[in-house]
Ligand binder design. Structure first.
Ligand code: AMP
Ligand code: GLY
Length: 425
C-alpha cells in the first residue's frame, strides 16, 4: 500500500520512518518532505496550506492512506476535501480543527463543558483588552494569546501593564500576526510542570499515547524566547498513574464526548497541552495533531504497526487494536540554526551525520535540511535536525543523544544541553 505524509519537519520524518517499517507499506510519499525524508520517501512538491492541491497529490500518487503532520492543512479543511473525493486521511475535519485554529473557540468550548483550564476573557478590540487589563481581573503575570494560528508566536506573557499594552499594540493594532490577532484571549497565568498528552480517537474510543515533555524555550534552564520546541523526552514514568487517569477522565474523554455532542466528532490525534498545577491538570491549549518534537520522542517507542493504527482511526475500529509501546525512554535534542527563533542563515553544510547515525540506539530525524545531488546535506530552516536516542533509562538515552549530537556540526549550530536533565539524576 502507498501512503502519503503531509509536511516537511522532524515530526513528518518520524512518521515516514515509522511507516517505512510497516510490512503493509510499499512506498511512502512525502509532500513536500525534506532532505532526510527524501532518503526514505519519494518527495513531491505541494503547498501544505492548500487542501485541493494535497488531494490532487493523493489521487495522482494513488495514496491509499494519508497522514498529516502540521495543523495548517487540517484547519484549512484537508480532511473534508479528502472525504469529498473518497480519499482516506488520518486527521480531524475543519470543524473539529477549530480546537486549534481558534483559541477563543477552544476556550469557550472548554467553558461550555466544564473542562478545566485557566480563567479567561475574549477581547474583540484593543479598547476592550485595555479595559480588561486595567480592571486587574487576572492580575500579573498575564497571558495574552492571539486567537488564530500563529506558528508558535501567538502567546505572550505580560509581567507589567506596560508589557501588556505593548503586546496588545503588536497583536491588535499593528497586526504583526495578521488576522490571527483580530481577537485575543487574556488569561490567568498558571504555574506548574508542563506536559504534552496525546490521544488517538476515532470519535468514540480513546487510546492514549505515552506521555512526553516538550522544551519550548530557546536556552538552557527554560530561559530565552519560546520556540517550536528545542527537545522532547518520552518515558513511561513521566506521569504517575493517578494523574494520567485524571487527565483522561477530566479532560480527554469529556473533550471527545463534547465534540461529538456538538456535532463534530473528533477523529485523529488530539494533543492536549497541560499545566500540572497544584489544583490538578489544566488545559493550556488543544492541538489537532502530533507535537513536534514530541512525535520524534514518542514514535521510536512504538512497537506496533503505524499503518494499522492509521487504518483503525479512519475505519472507526480503534477499540479493536492495542498498540504496544517499548518501556524504553527516549530523548530528542533539536539542533537549531544560530539565531532561531529569530532570524538565521541557511545553506550551511552539515557534517557528522553518518557517524552520529551509526551509534547504537540513535536515530536522526531531519527538519530543516536539503540534500544536494552528491548526497550531502545543508541547513534549510530554524530547527535543522532531531537527534533521538533510546535507553533503558532517561539518563542512558540522554547520554547517547548528547554523544551523537556532539558528532554533528554546522556553522552557528545551537542546541540545549539540558534536555531530560531534571529526570536523569
Ligand atoms: P499555547 O500555544 O497556548 O500552548 O502556549 C504556548 C506556551 O505558553 C505554553 O506551552 C506555556 O508555556 C505558555 N502558556 C500558555 N498559556 C499559559 C497559561 N495560562 N499560564 C502559563 N503559561 C501559559
Ligand atoms: N511542541 C509543540 C507543538 O508541536 O506545538
Amino acid at each position: 500500500m502507498r501512503v502519503l505524509v503531509i509536511g516537511s519537519g522532524g515530526r513528518e520524518h518520524a512518521l515516514v520512518w515509522a511507516l517505512a517499517r510497516s510490512p503493509g507499506v510499499t512506498e511512502v510519499i512525502g509532500a513536500p518532505g525534506n532532505g532526510g525524508i527524501a532518503e526514505q520517501a519519494r518527495c513531491v512538491r505541494a503547498d501544505v496550506g492548500n487542501p485541493r492541491e494535497l488531494a490532487d497529490v493523493a489521487e495522482a500518487e494513488g495514496a491509499a492512506l494519508t497522514f498529516v503532520g502540521p495543523e495548517l492543512p487540517l484547519v484549512n479543511g484537508v480532511a473534508d476535501e479528502f472525504v469529498r473525493r473518497g480519499l482516506r486521511l488520518v486527521g480531524p475535519d475543519a470543524r473539529a480543527a477549530r480546537l486549534e485554529g481558534s483559541k477563543a473557540f477552544a476556550k469557550e468550548f472548554m467553558a461550555r463543558h466544564g473542562i478545566p483550564t485557566a480563567r479567561f476573557a475574549i477581547c474583540a478590540s484593543a479598547a476592550e483588552a485595555r479595559r480588561l487589563i486595567a480592571s486587574g481581573r487576572f492580575g500579573f503575570p498575564l497571558v495574552i494569546k492571539a486567537d488564530g494560528l500563529a506558528a508558535g508566536k501567538g502567546v505572550s506573557i505580560a509581567h507589567t501593564p506596560r508589557d501588556a499594552e505593548e503586546i496588545i499594540e503588536r497583536f491588535m493594532v499593528h497586526r504583526v500576526l495578521g488576522s490571527a490577532g483580530e481577537r485575543v484571549v487574556l488569561e490567568e497565568c498558571l504555574t506548574g510542570r508542563e506536559c504534552s498528552f496525546f490521544a488517538l480517537t476515532d470519535g468514540e474510543f480513546v487510546l492514549p499515547l505515552p506521555p512526553a515533555q516538550d522544551y519550548k524555550r530557546a536556552h538552557d534552564g527554560d530561559h530565552g524566547p519560546n520556540t517550536g520546541g528545542m527537545g522532547a523526552i518520552s518515558a513511561p514514568h513521566l506521569l504517575d498513574a493517578a494523574t494520567r487517569e485524571r487527565i483522561l477522565r477530566e479532560i480527554v474523554e469529556p473533550t471527545i464526548r463534547a465534540a461529538a455532542r456538538e456535532g463534530f466528532p473528533y477523529r485523529g490525534v488530539l494533543y492536549v497541552g497541560l499545566m500540572l498545577t497544584p489544583e490538578g491538570p489544566r488545559v493550556l491549549e488543544y492541538n489537532v495533531r502530533l507535537g513536534d518534537p514530541e512525535a520524534q520522542a514518542i514514535l521510536p517507542r512504538l512497537e506496533s504497526d503505524l499503518l494499522e493504527i492509521g487504518d483503525a482511526l479512519v475505519t472507526g475500529s480503534l477499540s479493536r487494536i492495542r498498540p504496544r509501546w517499548s518501556a524504553d525512554a527516549t530523548v530528542c535534542v533539536v539542533l537549531a540554526s544560530g539565531g532561531y527563533p529569530g532570524s538565521y542563515h541557511t545553506g550551511y553544510p552539515i557534517q557528522g551525520l553518518e557517524e552520529a547515525r551509526r551509534l547504537a540506539g540513535v536515530l536522526i530525524f531531519h527538519a530543516g535540511t536539503t540534500r544536494a545531488p552528491d548526497g550531502s546535506f545543508q541547513t534549510a530552516g530554524g530547527r535543522v535536525l532531531n537527534v533521538v536516542a533510546r535507553g533503558r533509562t532517561l539518563a542512558e538515552a540522554r547520554a547517547r543523544a548528547y554523544q551523537a549530537a556532539s558528532l554533528i556540526t554546522f556553522e552557528r549550530m545551537h542546541y540545549r544541553r539540558d534536555i531530560g536533565a531534571e529526570w536523569s539524576g
